[in-house]
Ligand binder design. Structure first.
Ligand code: ZN
Length: 169
């Protein structure tokens, strides 16, 4: 697997839901989880590895085991607001404070097709929102105040140039 980075266009795609979970999907999702651990991520969404499907891997424990694989994740309701520093594997070296809902009720399917609804908060709620955004073609920089975004302009420009360079190779 290869990590897709800003400004690659696939990160802007809206992902289609998975209607049938095939053995190939299961293998690929497990590979995604291993890949996330290998690159020291706490969350990874399909488009970040070139897979335009509603699939997310998550593990905010830092233990690199027992991570979650979420199929067609949805946020049913949210409450509160909390601001914290956020980063993204697809925007290496960038960190900024992002406002997110504090608590969520979420639902997703497991690879076995089982529907799981739960209440999440804290870091997990933040990761959920970040990854669901990815499935809608949205990056955390889209949620920043314009003044904050301005302070990241140089870094974003560097990522754009890196990408141009790797495309011309
Ligand atoms: Zn991300």
């Amino acid at each position: 697997m290869e990590l897709k980075k800003y400004p690659q266009l696939i990160l802007r795609a809206k992902c289609r839901p998975i209607l049938e979970i095939t053995n190939e999907d299961i293998a690929r999702a497990n590979e995604m989880l291993e890949f996330m651990y290998a690159v020291n991520g706490a969350g990874l969404a399909g488009p970040q590895v070139g897979w335009k499907r509603q699939i997310v891997t998550l593990d905010v424990s830092g233990e690199k085991k027992g991570g979650l694989i979420l199929v067609n994740p949805r946020i049913i309701s949210s409450e509160g607001e909390v601001e914290a520093e956020e980063g993204c594997l697809s925007l290496p070296g960038l960190w900024a404070p992002v406002k997110r809902a504090e608590k969520l009720v979420v639902v997703a399917y497991t690879l076995a097709g089982e529907r799981v609804e739960q209440h999440v908060e804290g870091l997990l709620a933040r990761a959920w929102q970040h990854e669901v955004d990815h499935l809608n073609g949205m990056l955390f920089i889209d949620r920043l105040a314009p003044t904050t975004l301005l302070t990241l302009r140089q870094k974003l420009r560097e990522l754009e140039l890196d990408q141009k360079e790797s495309e011309s190779k």
